[in-house]
Design a protein around this ligand. Structure first.
Ligand code: ADE
Length: 251
């Protein structure tokens, strides 16, 4: 997958892109990530990327010309999704990350200031994404979040560590607890079932723990998670009274 990121702060990216899974994915050729300085597409002496808003008021607005010129250069003749990071976008979730992995290329525009000229949204951008209901100083951190969540899903990116399929949210549930050595730490022991070597019991315990944790922390997820009839029985036993995704659908 090729990913192009347009920003006026390219220096924010190397730390994140050159470490850990993102670095390995690039080294393995799974992701080709390029960060571009929007100022390279300005035409004035001061390399201006923003200007005062028409109609007055505070703040500055990102000018359309360098953004259009940069995206048109970078995408060439290809049809590439152009994603604007903005608090006004659709909310980023694991499902959106999975959806983005289906693309061969992605272009991200990192908004700054009060935002971008509306003509960029209307005539260039194909998708707008927000990473949550809070305001960052710009889209750069949001782009890093989205790129990380997408690239780690590319086949081969996680290596032998573990399957992304088991992650919290990948199943629609939160994951249960994990333990490692030592067996006894400050008097706190690892649950007996995990030491039993009994795979079926371990699997059942993990599933119940995931359900329990989701019920305690994010009961809203239970209404959309894909659950078996056994899961639902366990949840009812645990005191969950809310809806399930397939309520009313005959099995
Ligand atoms: N830019 C500023 N805040 C943002 C957010 N929450 N998500 C995406 N881009 C942003």
């Amino acid at each position: 997958m090729r990913i192009d990121i347009l920003t006026i702060f390219p220096e924010m990216f190397p730390c994140v892109l050159d470490a850990s899974i993102l670095k390995r994915a690039q080294d393995k050729g799974l992701a080709d990530i390029r960060v571009w300085n929007l100022r390279d597409w300005t035409t004035d002496r001061h390399k201006t990327t923003d200007d005062a808003p028409y109609g007055g008021g505070g703040g500055m607005v990102m000018k359309p010309e360098p953004i259009f010129a940069a995206v048109e250069d970078i995408r060439g003749e290809e049809e590439v999704p152009v994603i604007l990071l903005t608090p006004q976008g659709r909310r980023f979730t694991q499902t959106v990350a999975e959806e983005l992995t289906q693309q061969a290329r992605l272009i991200f525009i990192c908004g700054r200031y009060e935002g971008v000229d509306e003509r960029v949204r209307e005539h260039l951008v194909t998708d707008e994404i927000s990473i949550g209901d809070y305001v960052l100083s710009g889209g750069e951190l949001a782009a890093m979040v989205v790129v990380d969540a997408v690239v780690r899903l590319l086949p081969g990116a996680l290596g032998y560590e573990r399957a992304a399929a088991e992650d919290s949210h990948a199943t629609g549930l939160l994951e249960g607890p994990h333990y490692t050595r030592p067996l006894l730490f400050r008097g706190w022991e690892v649950p007996e079932v995990l030491r039993s070597g009994h795979h079926a019991r371990v699997a059942e315990w993990r599933r119940r723990q995931a359900l329990k944790r989701t019920l305690e922390r994010r009961p809203d997820l239970l209404a959309t998670a894909r659950l078996t009839e056994q899961d639902k029985r366990w949840l009812r036993e645990m005191g969950y009274h809310g809806p399930f995704a397939d309520d009313g659908v005959s099995q």
